[in-house]
Design a protein around this ligand. Structure first.
Ligand code: ATP
Ligand code: MG
Length: 824
């Protein structure tokens, strides 16, 4: 996958492939680009960069509804049914489109924007469209660009988070923030929270930072600040969370940083505290459109309300209220309550269910025709979602015919399940029924991708994993970006601490603690303490020298930034002067080669960014990068490859062929949900999302024995399968008869399809008493628990220990005689 792409939001056009420039950017490193394997999420560099051309010039864009020269409204409305048309043409009061999956909600939004600009004379700068996927954003932009040309760039198409960042960067002075404030991603926030927990002397077993962070995040999504949390605390736990929240927030402020939740909350606060600022945005955005509205949380809901300028207190008014110069903007939201899958992130379908109450003059349009799926798929989806209580019944229909039956398959193990999928894709390809690029494999949790990856690698099927370890989450990339952030924002303590001893320069934990103490004593930031290290108590002479060297290095690099050179040049200077690159280049660890390559890629991305219109130097670059982590990562490229992704990532997408895998109680639905009605209903909505992604063919599969997570588990069939009428499913293989189940020692007979992919080495997986394997540095291996890895080094006179890098599972030293390891 190409998770290192700059997101499409707000960019004038999709970035051209980054690789072209590589040689000019870092000469001497380009050889590292050779020998790529065609797949793998472990190495984003391995996946061929999508050789995606820049957006075609408007004249060449194959937009079906593009009026040729003149503006024929009929053409803008072409390909829409009457309800969809009504939604596109509706003017004035707020508009809510609630409809089931595949009924054209996103299509309506796209057409509506085109219609606003083409037919109603709306200026592109007056439009704010909130989408959740790059794909939808790109499509909207493309369509509008085809219609009105480059002016389309003035339109804001973005996620909530990027829209807020843009606003906050412009209005930072009102908030006492520097324009170079840092955005902390989930990992940074966790580091900060860990420091808070340490400060407060919390037992990390009882209060893991991740849990504290989730609690604080939930409060922020409800727009509750830490003082209110403290005042409202009703239990010891709530009081503790409030204290943690306050301390966490102080640290964020001291670091001049905002976390993701702050982006929304701070923007809301800005609008509420400075009505004139809010008004200026209301004046600007006369049309606000929101896709996937069911997944907005309370903070986002209020943000929309502030932007549109319509409140419950003054329902139905068409004129501006007293003291408010601007009448409300036109609001159009589309969503499906049955697809709300982010309750755990504070999204609340209340927003949809009560839209009509909050906006009494709102118009609601229902869309009932599904254009995506066959009747069989639709019937299955309906049967499942009907089990949820308290939902509005829907009457979704399609005229695309019954279609194929759902194919069911019960595999013996997750490896057999993967082999079944691979075999089926082969068959569909052989019979010209589908191509690998038409196929998506969905699973409930990221860890499940491994069995599929192992199998697809072995049989040579091209695939990409969406949402695995992402480029910007890699250590080396985060390290170098931390340098960049610390240069721009000297108070950013998380970033500074991350790099103060990377590469190693003799500044240990003790020295860091002394600097921390100095910062506390003098009430200065950690960064300022670094600059005044001579005043720190108890710093050994050698450490002091090292800190001063680091401070001088940073000062030097900061001068470069002050000179206004672009981010790529600053990055190159960082790589060189810190010694980061030479350390990687001199290393014999093969992983370091790909690390150097990733950094090279980062420089190229920065270079690319500088070439885009409206680029804003180092700060602008960091902003783009920070938001990538929040964006969906579905690359535009990857045609011809099977797509592997979690069900959560699949929202809004569609594929001709869909495999819903791991349909087992305890897997999907997730164990956590088993005893909880609300959580089960959320899982069921996830099942509904999964099923409705399929256009023509749908597969249900499960494994009788699943061993990938350490202890083997035997899970019964998922209730979601039981909920689908039996006549819709054609079982290609059913559960083995009790006498021959995997509960016994005998191996159940393999079906011909699964056997086709069995190789001798593969069979030993999970079995005891295997032959010790012999490996060499650079070999690709599979471990029963850690999954895919690359051998980094082999030690011992006869090669009995191997150090293996398992990517996100870490680097591990293994005894070859005992490790459940298979060489690929
Ligand atoms: P989801 O709830 O999954 O986000 P959605 O309601 O947004 O779905 P779209 O993705 O907009 O649905 O549309 C589903 C498919 O149906 C798309 O391929 C779209 O192009 C097609 N489609 C929508 N409306 C029509 C129409 N009137 N005629 C032909 N095809 C249509
Ligand atoms: Mg949609």
């Amino acid at each position: 996958m190409s998770g290192y792409e700059i997101p499409l939001f707000d960019l004038p056009k999709p970035p051209a492939p980054v690789r072209r420039r590589v040689e000019s950017v870092l000469p001497g490193l380009s050889r590292l680009h050779q020998d790529r394997e065609p797949s793998g999420r472990d190495e984003p560099g391995e996946a061929p960069a999508p050789e995606r051309p820049a957006a075609p010039p408007p004249a060449a864009a194959p937009a079906p509804n593009r009026p040729s020269g003149g503006r024929d409204p009929q053409e803008l409305l072409e390909g829409l049914n009457p309800s969809q048309r009504e939604a596109v043409e509706h003017a004035g009061s707020p508009l809510l489109i609630v409809a089931g999956a595949g009924s054209g909600k996103t299509r309506v939004l796209t057409h509506r924007i085109a219609y606003l600009l083409g037919e109603r004379g709306v200026h592109p700068g007056e439009v704010l469209a909130i989408t959740f996927t790059n794909k939808a954003a790109a499509e909207m932009r493309e369509r509008v660009e085809a219609l009105i040309g480059p002016r389309a760039r003035m339109m804001w198409v973005s996620t909530f988070h990027s829209a807020c960042v843009r606003i906050l960067r412009r209005e930072h002075e009102h908030l006492g923030l520097p324009s170079s404030f840092t955005i902390y991603d989930a990992d940074d926030s966790r580091r900060l929270m860990a420091q808070v927990a340490r400060d407060l002397d919390l037992d990390v077993k009882r209060h893991p930072p991740r849990g504290l962070l989730a609690a604080v995040s939930a409060l922020k999504n409800e727009l509750i600040d830490h003082e209110s949390a403290r005042d409202g605390a009703e239990s010891e736990r709530e009081a503790l969370i409030a204290e943690v929240y306050g301390s966490y927030q102080n640290r964020l402020i001291a670091s001049r940083a905002l976390d993701f939740d702050d982006l929304i909350m701070t923007t809301v606060n800005l609008f509420q505290a400075f009505p004139a600022v809010a008004e200026s945005y209301r004046r600007r955005f006369r049309h606000v459109l929101v896709d996937e509205y069911q997944d907005t949380n309370h903070a986002q809901y209020v943000l929309v309300r502030e932007l549109v300028g319509r409140s419950k207190a003054a329902p139905g008014r068409r004129e501006a209220a007293e003291g408010e110069a601007v009448p409300p903007a036109e609001l159009c939201v589309v969503g499906d309550a049955d697809q709300s899958i982010y309750a755990f992130r504070g999204a609340t379908i209340r927003n949809i269910l009560e839209f009509e109450a909050d906006y009494p003059d709102a118009k609601t349009i229902l869309l009932e025709q599904n254009y995506r799926s066959t009747q069989t798929i639709l019937s299955a989806a309906n049967a499942v979602i009907e089990r949820n209580r308290g939902r509005k019944p829907k009457n979704l229909w399609t005229d695309s015919g019954q279609g194929e039956s759902i194919v069911g398959y019960v595999a013996d193990s997750e490896h057999d399940e993967a082999a079944f999928v691979a075999n089926e894709v082969d068959r569909l390809t052989d019979e010209s029924l589908a191509k690998p690029g038409d196929v998506a494999v969905f699973y409930r949790t990221n860890a499940q991708s491994r069995a599929f990856e192992e199998c697809f690698i072995r049989v040579g099927l091209p695939y990409r994993v969406v949402g695995g370890v992402r480029f910007y989450e890699r250590k080396e990339v985060k390290d170098v970006l931390a340098y960049l952030r610390a240069l721009v924002n000297p108070d950013d303590s998380v970033s500074l601490k991350r790099v103060i001893n990377v590469p190693k320069r003799g500044i240990g934990d003790r020295a860091e603690a002394m600097l921390d103490a100095l910062a506390t004593r003098e009430r200065i930031s950690f960064g300022a303490a670094v600059d005044r290290a001579a005043e720190a108590y108890g710093l050994a002479a050698r450490s002091l020298k090292a800190v001063q060297g680091f401070a001088a290095l940073m000062a030097d690099l900061r001068e470069k930034v002050a000179e206004g050179v672009g981010p790529s040049e600053v990055l190159e200077a960082i790589l060189e002067r810190t010694g980061y690159l030479s350390e990687l280049q001199e290393s014999t660890d093969p992983q370091d080669e790909s690390r150097a390559e990733n950094l090279q890629e980062l420089v190229a991305v920065a270079h690319e960014y500088e070439g885009t219109e409206g680029s804003e130097g180092v700060t602008g670059f960091l902003e783009r990068v920070a938001l990538v982590a929040d964006a969906d990562q579905l690359p535009d490229g990857g045609e011809g490859m099977i797509t592997l992704m979690t069900l959560h990532t699949a929202k809004g997408l569609e594929f001709p062929v869909v495999f819903l895998t791991g349909l087992e109680e305890g897997v999907f639905p997730h164990t956590r949900a088993l005893g909880n009605v609300q959580e089960l209903e959320e899982e069921r909505r996830l099942a509904y999302v999964g099923i409705t992604r399929a256009r023509q063919r749908l597969y249900f599969s499960r494994a009788v024995l699943r061993s990938a997570w350490g202890a083997p588990s035997y899970n019964p069939q998922s209730r979601f399968v039981e909920e689908v009428p039996a006549e819709l499913i054609n079982w290609e293989r059913e559960a083995p008869a009790p006498s021959s189940t995997a509960f016994g020692t005998q191996t159940p007979a393999l079906t011909a399809s699964a056997a086709k992919f069995r190789r001798p080495g593969f069979k030993s997986l999970g079995a005891g008493g295997r032959e010790p394997i012999s490996v060499a540095a650079g070999d690709r291996v599979v471990h029963d628990t850690y999954g895919l890895g690359t051998v980094v080094a082999v030690e011992g006179r006869t090669g009995e220990h191997a150090t293996v890098d398992f990517g996100s599972e870490g680097v591990r030293k293994l005894v070859l005689a005992f490790a459940p390891l298979t060489k690929l």
